[in-house]
Design a protein around this ligand. Sequence first.
Ligand code: BES
Ligand code: MN
Ligand code: MN
Length: 475
Amino acid sequence: MPALPASTRVPDGLEDVASGVIEQLPQTRAWLEDLVRIPSISDVPAHAEDCRRSAEQTARLLTEAGLEDVRLLEVEGAHPYVTGSWLGAGPDAPTVLLYAHHDVQPAATAERWSSPPFEPTERDGRLYGRGAADDKAGILAHVAAIRAWTTTRGGPPVNVKVIVEGEEEVGSPHLGEFLAAHAGDLDADVIVLTDLVNWKVGWPGLTWSLRGMAEAYVTVRALQRPVHSGMWGGAVPDALTGLLRLLASLHDEHGEVAVAGFDDDVRELTPAERGRLEELGEDPAAMRDEVGMLDGVDFLGDGRHGLLEQIWFRPSITPVGIDAPAIAEASNTLLARADAKLSLRLAPGQDPDRVLATLRDHLEAHVPFGLQVEMTSGQANPAWVTEPAGPAWEAAEAAMAAAYGRAPAALGCGGSIPFAEPFSEAFGGAPCLLVGIEDPGSNAHGEDESLHLEDFTKACLTEAFLLEELGRRLR
Ligand code: BES
Ligand code: MN
Ligand code: MN
């Protein structure tokens, strides 16, 4: 049987529940691997059936955990959401909504992974596989905690509802419809989102801010069709040069966004928020190491903001894909058309539509040689910030401190989870607890995504303890 992590301090009276989590770990792990084997890539239409299979598999796990009324919730055009609940703690006990998502990012460069992305593989205490961390581990943390309570005590000390989303990685385009149809049934006193990053391996993190996000697609057109570059090159402009000049115009020499008005509506950090960043301290060398920056590569920024502020509280624009011929297929022509996808990250205070409008104006003003430029926008959602205080926050601090043997760091996050804001709002401002499940080495969305297995055990214990803490503190 696996052992309790050496640093864990089981709260008095929860020895049986902690033992339940530990005894059940091999099964938890096997279920996680089953889920990782399903390529539930929400952005690729050919994987729609896999998204359905991962929803069905998730539903089986929620049932195994002891939830009742487990269902796939369908919204026209969306990959299935999965829900279940257990309301046996009674009307006087608080209700906790546990969130995770079962869809994953594509793994297009599978040949550069050390082991195939959808074959879960253990190496050096980590489980490798697409979705192993983001966010199938989050699903299993919920399952592990509920199941331990169900098998040892007949059920958790709070009412529990679980929602596992199937379209998080594409920006939750049907969230509004889903909310309108189902928010009533999901109503809760607190929402726990197990889809965040810990501060370090062994050092948990609780997150109090998320950046917003917007997507833009840029098309540059120069010609009716590609033409011979030897015959016309030099006099006739091509679309790829035009697109690259446009992309280059988006940043200044420090890498600061150079789009006029782009950051006009960014709100200043409050002194308390700034204090929290200072308390964490910045370790640029460690950060370089965590992301794998190559020797000699500099950080971006003109020095007005610290690194944590840059990644958590400042807006950014990054090209994340270009459609142009691959080198192997390049036929030595002036290209008629070139496309790019831009990922915009938004700071607290920013209105996604306003920011996208500044980008559109910039593109139209900077397109060279009179080429035609067109921008369309995709999914967008604003930033989310909360006050890291109150009984729910303290419950999570206590649960993490017990499971990890170390108090959590209060973190910002540069990524987004579109679910948080609208559901918290729908439940009358219910607090959201953003709980770490990844670590900085997990490389979610990238190659060789992985889950630190001992921290996963601690994340499962965190949730088991959290249900007890919330039951006591929110009653
Ligand atoms: N789990 C991430 C959110 C996250 C990002 C947590 C970075 C910690 C650090 C989530 O699955 C995610 O990737 N969200 C998307 C949302 C987008 C599509 C609206 C993101 O941030 O790109
Ligand atoms: Mn995620
Ligand atoms: Mn993700």
